[in-house]
Design a protein around this ligand. Sequence first.
Ligand code: GAP
Length: 491
Amino acid sequence: MTINIDEMASFCKRKGFIYPTAEIYGGLAGFFDYGPYGSEMKMNLKNVWWKYHVRSRSDIVGIDGPIITNPTIWKASGHAENFADLMLKSEDGSFEVRADLFLEEKLGKSFDGVSADEVNKLVAEHKLTAPNGKKFKKCESFNLMFTTNVGPKENDKSKAYLRPETAQLMFADFKLVQENARMKLPFGIAQMGRAFRNEISPRNFIFRCREFEQMEIEYFKHPDYDECPFYKEYEDFELNVYSIEHQKKNKEADKMKIKDAVKKGIMQEWHAYFLALELNWFKSLGCNMKNFRVRQHLKDELAHYSTDCWDLEYNFPFGYKELEGIADRGNYDLSRHIEFSKTDLSMFDEEQKKKIVPHVIAEPSLGVDRAFLVFLYEAYNDDKKRGNIVLHLHPKIAPITVAVLPLVKNKEPVTNKAKEVFKLLQDDYSAFYDESGSIGRRYARMDEIGTPYCITIDFDTLEDDTVTIRNRDTTEQKRVKISELKKELII
Ligand code: GAP
């Protein structure tokens, strides 16, 4: 049995993971503060992502750009004009809601990509009203970009935007990055950081917020070559595939190897590779693949520049929802930035002796906060036998890796020894020292925030320099020499 999203929010607040922002002033919808354990876990999650996607590969390099940049970038990308959701507003103006989410809630199916005309028709057909019974005005489009002014003057010239995605600087800096890092196609550029969207209906805790973080890659390939050189590595990887056909026929997702999905023409090699790569990241951090599926966008859901897009979806307590989007963006972005900046962003192909504009064959775009939520749900277990919650977080993302606990707090030789052990571990692990409360209570506290190892220092330690390591998942205890400790604390 799992907990619903409100119970998860309350657990996160109680245990120091996430709070409503500035709660003493009543908070602010769609904004959250990560507490002592949440901020550690989020940092771990981003570091593990960067290591897997950038440091451990030679074909992806990173950049780190600002949140506010030259506003023309958002004209070129199309966001300034088109980055909008449809909104329903009650006649008295007291109620506003995102139209597709409202219809989904009322009519029990997805309305991704629904048009304004269709919304108006459905509202009339089903006699839908605001909660106070007031009728809706005609559905309107609402741009999600947060604006600000750069410098002391507030006018159109100083108007700038808070980025709604981290993506665009990977295109604007494409040429510099390619030349500086001497990248050859196919290659990718990664970036992570904050993004801002003035969501009409922020909801489901950190699932849909107004300020969040993204970890994104733009992966470029030669426009004439479609083969993915890494595909074989993952060809036997299994996915729960929910294609356009599955959705049209109202069928459940089918589990299949990526090589079979490619053979059947459901997806092409590059997409199959990236879907497997991304799912494997979650798998390598302990997630159960049965809770994930990959859903192909329906044709009318696709952005105008995209020929195919697949979402990694997770089965949240509020249904299967997008966790990560992986779109094929063609050469739309580079071409638009070439047009708007009048800068040549093409590459010269020595073999073909011609200039080419690379294609973004995949843009894996993952929300840090949504990934955070997935790891919490995967880890959460109300262990009735132990009588406390146990978060089975992977040691690589757990906020604290090892807790050092003197058995007693009123015997200085024991606490001094414990502090010595704590110092020994502090540099290599996220370590925590705790001497308050019974040992059982301290173990329970560590279980609840997902600490994989607890080390107890007792009177025997003073005699033989050994300590007890307790494993969070099995509760097994093992006696080891202090000099051997680091070999046992595997992350
Ligand atoms: N550059 C492509 C892009 O931004 P997107 O599907 O709009 O694509 C990518 O966003 C990911 O960012 C989503 O799959 C989700 O994980 C995360 N995300 C988007 N909007 C979000 C929001 N309001 N709150 C939290 N995460 C969000």
